[in-house]
Design a protein. Structure first.
Length: 242
């Protein structure tokens, strides 16, 4: 199955730059982009690069896009662990994105209520199969993506957003589901570091959606690309993009 295009870069910095460039190119092609942003610390550098290049003549029309979130911790929007706060400080605020174009998950309401409201908002705004232009997602050392860990019941959920309970604090989360991303044109995985190596190899070897490998449930309609650094792959024969 795989269906993953692997792009390996010499360093983390090269990986972030390449991912940011690909995101900008994908969004330039869309008339009214719908973008899913990743959480955690890994995409921080990507957001900073995009924000810094935001005023260039070749940059996408950032203000025409709408921004959604792949997952969120059940904390308030000002909490240091908030995915919304990270995106707001590094990307959305620097670009001057209007608040009405940013659809944050209401983590402060708790997982169940926050997920219900996000599901309803997606359904109202984009329908049962949201036509996202691009989704940026990560991959954890144990193979999780979004807040969907191995064996998570949400992998097969029909709802667009679910409450998730994960091994690491804060344990209560809100997450999009594979169903929510099933209409996404492009899915970009951002993977760095030797700690992700086993999970990445499992993702590349998956021949069908496998609950033990949550990343195997996410495939873009047009492309699914893994941006990773040399440390994330152990095969020295793997071609590195210079």
């Amino acid at each position: 199955m795989s269906g993953l295009e692997l792009r390996v870069f010499p360093t983390v910095a090269d990986t972030m730059k390449a991912c940011a460039t690909a995101m900008a190119e994908a969004l330039r092609e869309a008339k009214e982009p719908q973008v899913v942003l990743a959480g955690g610390q890994t995409p921080r550098a990507v957001y900073v690069i995009l924000a810094t290049a935001g005023e260039e003549s070749a940059a996408p029309h950032w203000h025409d896009a709408e921004y959604w979130f792949g997952d969120e911790r059940c904390v308030g929007p000002d909490h240091p662990k908030s995915n919304y706060r990270l995106a707001q400080e590094t990307l959305l605020k620097p670009l001057g994105i209007a608040a009405g174009r940013v659809h944050r998950m209401l983590g402060e309401l708790g997982g169940e209520e926050g997920a219900r409201r996000y599901h309803d908002r997606l359904l109202e705004r984009l329908g049962q199969q949201p036509p996202f232009t691009l989704a940026l997602v990560g991959m954890g050392p144990e193979g999780h993506t979004l807040s969907l860990f191995p064996g998570c019941p949400g992998l097969a959920a029909a709802d667009l957003a679910i409450a998730a309970y994960v091994p690491t604090p804060p344990r209560e989360r809100i997450s999009l589901t594979p169903a929510a991303l099933s209409g996404t044109a492009r899915i970009f995985f951002l993977v760095t570091g030797a700690a992700k190596r086993r999970a990445l190899h499992a993702a590349l070897a998956a021949e069908a959606p496998d609950p033990r490998i949550p990343t195997s449930f996410l495939r873009g309609r047009l492309e699914t690309v893994v941006f990773c650094d040399r440390e994330a792959v152990s095969d020295e024969s793997t071609e590195v993009v210079s």
